[in-house]
Ligand binder design. Sequence first.
Ligand code: NAP
Length: 502
Amino acid sequence: MSENIPIQEIDPYILRAQEAFLGFKKLNIKERAAFMHAVADEIEALGTELIAAAQSETSLPEARLVGEKARTVNQWRAYADALVNSNVLPVQIDTAIPDRTPPKPDIRKTYTGLGVVVVFGASNFPFAFSTAGGDTASAIAAGCSVIFKSHSGHPTTSAIMAGAIERAVEKAGMPRGLFVAIATDGATGGQYLVKHPLVKAVGFTGSLYGGRTLFDLASQRPEPIPVFAEMGSVNPVFLLPGRLAAAAEEVATQYAGSLTLGVGQFCTNPGILVAPKNAELPRFLNTLKTQIGQVAPAQMLHQGIAASYHKNKADLLGQAGVDVLVAVDEDNPETHGNATVATVSAQAFLANPKLGDEVFGPFGLVVTYENQAEAVAIANQLEGQLTATVLGDPAELDQHTALIEALTEKCGRLLLNGFPTGVEVCGAMQHGGPYPASTDSRFTSVGPDAIKRFARPISYQNWPDGTLPDELKNGNPLGIWRTVNGELTRGSKDGRMEGEVG
Ligand code: NAP
């Protein structure tokens, strides 16, 4: 870990990362996976020093950080295992048919890392979406080297995490430079990294402004490169009349909990709730008011986040038709966030797209609709989202197919009768959605599929067996799943397992 590196001193790190990439790409996926488990071991072995540093730099509670550390370790292990055991980077072999007219060549497709990847992490997940977070783990799994731009909000935490990865690199005899964390200012050193010709991809988690700036920079390079940016979201929740009638108080209590969890500092925070304006609504609003009123203001990640929260909230509360339902008293706005919920009619919401903007923190906007058509119009007006949620009784879902259809156009994850905070790390997870939730909705940043972002396909045509990468060899020496002549098999090219006599 280097301290506050000026731009003119960044190049040697990039050159080393490029050299490391060229060495690392020679390893087969089993060797890569073994290294990833070694990184997981090193992170797991980090003691109280890590948690204490993160607590003091982010104000996040100890229990949350302990859980996030375990999740981070699991991500390295899960991505390593997926690399070997599943078809995350699918291998396809189509063998030659020499006597066909014209003759069919032997073609075999595998994946190779993109090269040096620059990763920017977010302040609200100092482990799981930062130095050793999902972007770093998936880029390494894809066979890339990584330069991490340390987050200014948690530099010591970043240095401790970087130390763990660097120890794993050294112990495993991996090329020096495979991973480095650089402390540099985003607007100067961070942008320099993105523009450097040896950098081939960017992983970003953070604000819409930061992600979009880096995306534009990367697109304007002589050689444009992909920026996989996961950004803000308001994660709309649509409450249907049947569910409101059946469980107004229960739903309000759950919504208050999800909205204020972690001082609202989650990318999956449900910032907008869309509810029917009917005789049952006051029950919901009264309980919501009571529940939110009991949430004490709490310290936010850093003063910049607190300042943005209060400013963005004030902007939104100043818009036409927006009324405060409940705002907890606030004595320390420089550092703390106070839970606040406002209401607005569907008509006012539809007339003002600004009301759909993210206010990062414990702020919720309840939008009330008079009829189904208004609910659908709200869904259609929303920008792309990480998640959308329907709270409805099973019997009423059939009457709301237009709304559900509209929501599938807007989000990466569609929930029923739950709340979006909490992102399971698993193969079926989609964490990413249409812009501006992310810059490329075809990919996820959570779950083993995240690896796909940093690898590119390469086909080998007519190469002798001994010269092919291990995963493409006839005998399937890695014992992995492959599609051979259209059939998924773990056997050799002839369908036999390695060592089996035909
Ligand atoms: P941020 O302010 O955008 O910072 C993220 C990183 O990007 C930092 O390292 C920062 O550098 C750098 N950066 C920001 N703007 C830049 C620019 N114009 N040029 C170059 N580098 C730039 O985000 P944050 O405040 O840490 O995180 C909160 C936001 O992240 C919220 O909006 C939240 O919804 C979102 N988030 C999204 C996800 C997701 O998965 N979609 C997950 C977590 C959080 P410096 O440190 O030098 O400023």
